[in-house]
Design a protein around this ligand. Structure first.
Ligand code: MN
Length: 245
């Protein structure tokens, strides 16, 4: 059961994260979330087999083929996690601030290159490559584009859980030498920096946001609504104070 570990780790009455289910229709989206938890890292997620296959990348993805980025495979996440941005409350699993750093679509690449170039592959090939620990894919995101590979590291290093992969950019037109991820501290959903999301009163009060507006699917939307409500409440209060004076 791919989502069991995800659910086991979370208390959904305390965290705004989605509970989620396995989705039947095949999708090919990807998301990278910047996550300021105990340690800053990026969560790289590919929509695959009805869930988000997930890797925690401490240094984040890079467009420089010289950077081989350590990527720890973590539990599958529900597809509804796709646009989660906001704050996971203290004392909860992964407590901290989450930014939707990049979104887009991906396609599997055939394991066999044609004349040195990678060509589109099938979902079946992707499933086989994932199982073998050498997944090649093409990204079409707002920040990340071009061909990549996730390669599982062979041989366990002492203390490792055997979940270590490397995220590697292939050489193509989208490769950028010396890519500096810190220069791109902006949400693709709300254009906020991580600090802005963390310090945002709307985000911080996620849990106490007014209900009765129907279920808001995306946390960032809930944030925006909460902030608006706050402004409105302040205005009403000011008007009341004026009347009283
Ligand atoms: Mn994370």
């Amino acid at each position: 059961m791919p989502l069991e570990e995800y659910k086991r780790k979370r208390r959904f009455n305390e965290t705004p994260e989605p509970q989620g289910e396995i989705v039947k229709k095949p999708g090919h989206r990807f998301v990278v979330q910047k996550h300021e938890a105990t340690r800053l890292h990026y969560d790289f997620r590919l929509e695959m087999e009805g869930v988000l296959k997930s890797w925690a990348v401490p240094k984040g993805p890079s467009l420089d083929p010289a950077d081989k980025r350590l990527a720890m495979q973590v539990e599958d996440h529900p597809v509804s996690y796709f646009d989660f941005e906001g704050i996971i409350p203290e004392d909860n699993y992964g407590a901290g601030t989450v930014m939707v750093w990049d979104v887009g679509t991906w396609q599997p690449l055939s394991p066999i290159a044609v004349q040195g170039k990678y060509v589109p592959g099938t979902d079946a090939e992707a499933a086989t490559m994932l199982a073998k620990g050498d997944l090649k894919f093409r990204l079409d995101g707002q920040k990340l584009k071009g061909d990549f590979a996730l390669v599982k590291m062979k041989g366990r290093r002492p203390g490792s859980k055997g979940n270590e992969w490397l995220l590697i950019k292939k050489h193509d037109d989208y490769a950028v030498d010396g890519y500096d991820i810190d220069a791109y501290d902006e949400s693709v959903l709300t254009h906020r920096s991580l600090a802005a999301i963390a310090g945002d009163a709307g985000s911080a009060e996620w849990k106490s946001r007014p209900s009765g507006r129907g279920k808001l699917k995306a946390a960032w939307l809930a944030d925006a609504v909460a902030r608006l409500d706050q402004k409105k409440n302040k205005k009403i209060q000011r008007r009341k104070n004026k009347k009283a004076a």
